[in-house]
Design a protein around this ligand. Structure first.
Ligand SMILES: Cc1cc2nc3c(=O)[nH]c(=O)nc-3n(C[C@H](O)[C@H](O)[C@H](O)COP(=O)(O)OP(=O)(O)OC[C@H]3O[C@@H](n4cnc5c(N)ncnc54)[C@H](O)[C@@H]3O)c2cc1C
Length: 330
């Protein structure tokens, strides 16, 4: 009989897990139900960097082909690191590999990295997931309890309905209900008081960027990231980490009205420097700033339930761990 798998969360982890299980588990293929709390896929979120290893996995899953067909993402051969005060390059995080043609074993397919909007990656995953037989996605479901027994797992929803499975994957992100209801109730995320401020900006023709794809510019007051994320290379995605006491939404929020100008002001105060004049135009022309709060989980904790039928994956398991580093002389 086919295995019944319940996946909580239709983010990057949940969708890629569903496709991988369908593709790689032997016959009879599992029946998969994905449960998502949102009523529709979110369009909030910045551009994510997919490493060569991530691209190899997505290629095996058939998702990279969809990204290419839709013209999504921009190739990144290296993340170039610069010093804000001198403008000079300090290092490359290199994806070109030994022979300059990407990362991968000799004789096998090689990959550079790619930066792509999270929503485009999610859309490609949803497309491939939708092509799998016996894979259902339920939007707008509020999970209120989860029980693991020797026979399987029961997931209860607000309103009284429930579904059953043989195994359950908790892919529901940093605020995981699978973690808080079943696996590790005491391991709670805390807000770090920093949020990633991100926006998209046009690149004016006269603005000669010193980087090919992605720059990470270090200063005494944090880092500035700028990157192409679409094929026409007319726009840059920019992101900076800022201290923010308030959390308006656990999963990111659009900055409103006058606060847009305040975000720009704070970023220019930190990063406007003659050594890298390109940054000023990018910040000035950027619109629609979004803030994405950074949460952390305490070190340690469990990833599986006692009966071995439930597991946490992705951010639900391991988003930003707090590691205590002993300070010399302290
Ligand atoms: C809207 C959004 C915007 C993001 N933007 C950024 C960004 O700009 N920069 C960045 O570095 N990272 C961002 N992330 C996080 C990034 O996507 C993840 O770090 C990474 O992709 C790992 O993915 P994940 O699937 O484990 O978690 P996530 O991408 O967080 O996906 C978790 C999924 O589970 C769903 N979910 C949550 N709780 C429940 C529940 N109780 N029941 C059912 N479903 C639930 C969520 O709606 C989401 O679809 C964002 C995540 C989200 C959800």
């Amino acid at each position: 009989m086919a295995l019944q798998i319940v996946i909580i969360g239709a983010g990057i982890t949940g969708l890629s897990s569903a496709i991988a299980l369908k593709k790689y588990l032997p016959d009879p293929k599992p029946i998969i139900t994905i449960v998502e709390t949102r009523s529709a896929p979110s369009t909030i979120g910045g551009a994510v960097n997919l490493t060569p290893k991530a691209l190899r996995y997505l290629d095996h899953l058939g998702v990279l082909e969809v990204l290419h067909a839709e013209g999504a993402g921009a190739e990144c051969r290296a993340i170039e690191l610069f010093d804000l005060y001198t403008g000079s390059k300090t290092a490359d995080l290199d994806f070109r590999g030994r022979d300059g043609d990407g990362i991968g074993k000799t004789g096998s397919k090689k990959y550079f990295a790619m930066r792509v909007m999270r929503k485009e990656l999610q859309r490609a995953l949803l497309k491939v997931m939708g092509e799998q037989e016996g894979c259902e996605l339920l939007f707008g479901k509020d999970v209120v309890d989860i029980e693991e027994s020797t026979d399987g797992v029961r997931v209860g929803f607000k309103g009284g309905q429930s579904i059953h499975g043989d195994v359950l994957l908790g892919c529901d992100g940093i605020h995981s209900c699978v973690r808080s209801l079943l696996i590790d109730k005491d391991r709670k995320p805390t807000y770090t008081k920093i949020a990633t401020s991100m926006a998209v900006s046009n690149v004016r023709r006269e603005n000669q960027l010193r980087w090919d794809a992605t720059a990470l510019i270090s200063s005494r007051r944090g880092s500035f990231m700028a990157s192409y994320f679409e094929k026409s290379r007319k726009q840059q995605y920019i992101a900076v980490v800022l201290e923010t006491e308030e959390v308006n939404s656990r999963e990111g929020w659009k900055v409103k009205g006058a606060d847009q100008a305040e975000v720009k002001r704070q970023i220019l105060e930190r990063f406007d420097n003659k050594a890298i004049p390109e940054l000023r135009q990018l910040v000035e022309d950027a619109g629609d700033w979004t803030l994405y709060p950074v949460y952390k989980l305490p070190h340690g904790g469990r990833w599986t339930a006692p009966g071995g039928r439930c597991i946490l994956l992705g951010d639900a398991a391991h988003a930003v761990l707090v590691v205590d580093i002993p300070i010399e002389g302290a």
